[in-house]
Ligand binder design. Structure first.
Ligand SMILES: [Zn+2]
Ligand SMILES: [Zn+2]
Length: 82
């Protein structure tokens, strides 16, 4: 008897065909949520691009550390006082 455990969601009692369908038909949510290395690289580079083009949302950040300045709540950039 086949008793293959899905390495993604740990569901068991699959045979090879059942496990294949589990993946290709999108039944395994753990598999669906797993992204490839290439996708991850793409996401990482996209998020760093977003940071550079941040439409800064400055708030006053005057405190003991930043002696007069502004702080972006979106990308955490610090701008010295104008
Ligand atoms: Zn699974
Ligand atoms: Zn910003």
């Amino acid at each position: 008897m086949d008793n293959i455990i899905c390495p993604f969601c740990n569901e068991d009692e699959f045979d090879l065909i059942g496990l294949k369908n589990h993946f290709v038909k999108g039944y395994c949510s753990a598999f669906n949520e797993t992204i490839s290395v290439e996708q991850e690289r793409h996401l990482t580079s996209r998020s760093s691009r977003q940071e550079k083009s941040c439409a800064h949302h400055w708030v006053d950040a005057t405190n003991e550390v930043i002696k007069g300045g502004q702080y972006c709540t979106k990308c955490h950039a610090i701008s010295p006082a104008a």
